[in-house]
Ligand binder design. Structure first.
Ligand SMILES: NC(=O)C1=CN([C@@H]2O[C@H](COP(=O)(O)OP(=O)(O)OC[C@H]3O[C@@H](n4cnc5c(N)ncnc54)[C@H](OP(=O)(O)O)[C@@H]3O)[C@@H](O)[C@H]2O)[C@@H](O)CC1
Ligand SMILES: Nc1ncnc2c1ncn2[C@@H]1O[C@H](COP(=O)(O)OP(=O)(O)O)[C@@H](O)[C@H]1O
Ligand SMILES: [K+]
Length: 552
């Protein structure tokens, strides 16, 4: 698992390394600047002779990193100019030190306005305006400086020379690839793109678009979620000598959300092995309460996801009308059915039937395609009150809870909810934009308030455990932005739980596997993905796990 930090936590780790361990600040800075300079060299070499590197620096230590990197590049023979924003005399000690060294070496140091006049512009821009010290919206002079830098980065201010921007491939953000000839400079963000909130990924009024980001010690949470993620380009984490103990340091102001984790390929080994001496019962019984009249697809996709990710037995509990079609689509599934009339006519009988189904199940999926007829409220209530196994609630299950908030009183610790932003907005009464502005905060608050696991789905999905542990997903592609993807996810989570994983682990690992499955299918192009292919590819991803391709 990768560890990611909020800016405040990072500052606390910085301070710990300097004050408690005694590593001088400038030693850390020298290594940070070197990591940036090495990336800048590669970009400059790709442009060839005549490349002009600019370091755009603020008055804090992010700016000091930029000045130090500029010095290293100057000493290697690259043409380098430093542009300063903010008041130098009010800058940090480190900045003043780095500037005095740079000046003694004869590196030009100019104010940011002079960027407009510099003949030929730049080909590589180091963004050292703000790092993890950014604490408020950007305005005034800094904003004007960033507007100008933004124009330069998009080739709009006319100072660049070269072929038209349409004729060259632009900053692809792919590690190690640079436009070899371009009218737009290659931008390397130092630590984090300036203007991005290091904890939430929000744009603090304005932000600079980077092609790549060189960050120090640990990746910042703000570059793992959108929009920060799209401003960062490729992120490289440079080891600049922080000891692991620095992670114990707490930010000055208490901050509940300061650390998050992200799965890596090695985490696939958490999938349990498939034992040789086993039968279908060994691998868990998944019950999928899904579908409504003329809506059978969601139930099918969820069931398919569960089978493809290892469940031994899958039963779909749905309306009678769906029986024939589901049996044809997925003959491997058991079908149990009810009619809404039966439910409205005799609640007790219906409840008994549900209780029997719940006794059968090891894991329940509740919600895909259930619709919003009045009977769905009873169905949700009866399942929540009679299930003593993990229940994954999605889609109309969540919408029903949003319309009937008393249903949250049945939440227990083995509930996992998988809302997308719209569903989360309905559940919490917040606006979608508010949730989007802080995915970590939204998932954390809901999960810890109710003591459940919350999988808040987005292009970068955030999972919060019931005690507040946060996981950010790094796999997946835009090909997955298609109907049915979420239904498959519920099945994958259920399949992993059926294999024996606990709710929280199944949730973040399932989201990761789902994303990898999306990447697998996207090899054929980003537009054509079908949710059924996603389910099949989940099986392929799991074939690469410890338990997926061998038996003990
Ligand atoms: N030894 C170390 O510590 C190491 C540090 N390292 C580097 O230092 C970076 C952190 O440096 P930093 O803490 O000095 O803050 P930085 O990000 O440069 O911001 C500058 C100042 O701007 C201010 N400010 C905030 N918001 C503002 C706004 N909207 N508009 C205007 N001003 C605003 C705010 O000051 P304030 O006004 O709040 O007092 C802030 O202090 C880190 O990202 C990494 O690159 C590495 O070298 C490793 C070793
Ligand atoms: N741009 C994207 N990049 C990565 N994953 C995405 C993207 N867009 C959607 N997804 C994933 O696809 C799934 C969509 O779920 P959902 O909105 O519930 O779809 P549906 O209800 O149609 O099944 C989520 O798991 C989400 O994380
Ligand atoms: K920066």
């Amino acid at each position: 698992m990768k560890t990611l930090l909020s800016g405040r936590k990072m500052k606390a780790a910085d301070a710990y390394a300097i004050e408690q361990i005694g590593i001088p600040s400038v030693v850390l800075m020298e290594r940070a600047a070197l990591a940036v300079a090495l990336r800048a060299e590669k970009a400059a070499d790709a442009f060839g002779p005549g490349c002009h590197i600019w370091a755009l620096c603020g008055a804090g230590n992010n700016g000091a990193d930029g000045v130090a990197a500029a010095r290293m590049l100057h000493l290697k023979g690259y043409r380098t100019t430093i542009f300063m924003a903010g008041r130098e005399e009010k800058g940090t000690q480190e900045l003043q030190l780095q500037l005095s060294i740079a000046r003694r070496l004869g590196i030009p140091v100019k104010t940011w306005e002079r960027m407009k006049e510099e003949p030929g512009g730049c080909q590589v821009l180091l963004d050292g305006l703000f790092g993890v010290g950014l604490s408020r919206e950007i305005e005034g002079e800094y904003k004007r400086c960033m507007e100008l830098a933004g124009e330069i980065l998009t080739g709009k201010n006319g100072i660049q020379e070269g072929p038209s921007s349409e004729s060259v491939p632009q900053g692809t953000g792919i590690y190690g690839k640079y436009p070899t000839t371009s009218s737009k400079p290659w931008c390397i963000a130092i630590d984090i793109p300036s203007g991005i909130h290091s904890g939430t990924g929000a744009v603090m009024e304005i932000a600079l678009q980077a092609d790549e980001t060189v960050t120090f010690g640990w990746e910042k949470m703000g570059t793992a979620v959108y929009p920060g993620r799209s401003f960062a380009g490729t992120v490289t984490v440079a080891d600049i000598g922080f000891p692991k103990e620095a992670l114990q340091a707490e930010p000055e102001e208490e901050e509940p959300i300061s650390i998050a984790y992200a799965c890596e390929k090695a985490d696939l080994m958490r999938v349990p092995e498939r034992k040789a001496y086993s039968n279908k019962g060994t691998f868990g019984r998944v019950l999928i309460a899904a579908g409504s009249k003329n809506m059978s697809g969601a139930a099918y996709l969820s069931a398919l996801g569960a089978y493809r990710s290892g469940a031994g037995l899958v039963k779909i509990l749905t309306v009678e009308e769906n029986r024939a079609v589901l049996q044809t689509l997925l003959p491997e599934a058991i079908i149990a059915s009810y009619t809404p009339e039966q439910l409205l006519g005799g609640r007790e009988d219906f409840k008994e039937m549900i209780e029997e189904q719940m006794k059968w199940a090891d894991v329940v999926v509740l919600g895909p395609g259930l619709g919003n007829e009045p009977y769905v409220e009873y169905l949700v209530e009866d399942i929540l009150t009679s299930a003593f196994v993990p229940v994954i609630i999605d889609a109309d299950g969540l919408n029903t809870i949003a319309s009937h908030p008393y249903l949250t009183s049945y939440y227990t610790e083995n509930i996992v909810i998988t809302p997308h932003l719209g569903e989360m907005a309905r559940l919490t009464g917040q606006k979608t934009e508010e949730i989007q502005a802080d995915l970590f905060g939204a998932a954390f608050s809901y999960a810890t308030h109710y003591g459940i696991t919350c999988v808040l789905k987005d292009a970068a999905t955030v999972t919060a455990g019931r005690e507040g542990a946060l996981y950010i997903n790094t796999s997946g592609t835009s090909a997955m932005a298609k109907a049915g993807s979420g239904d498959v996810l519920t099945g994958i989570l259920a399949g992993l739980m059926a294999l024996g994983l606990e709710e929280e682990e199944a949730a973040y690992l399932g989201v990761y596997i789902h994303g990898l499955a999306g990447e697998e299918v996207s090899k054929n192009g980003l537009h054509s993905l079908l949710a059924t292919e996603l389910a099949r590819a989940a099986g392929t991803v799991m074939a690469g796990t410890k338990g997926g391709n061998k038996t003990e």
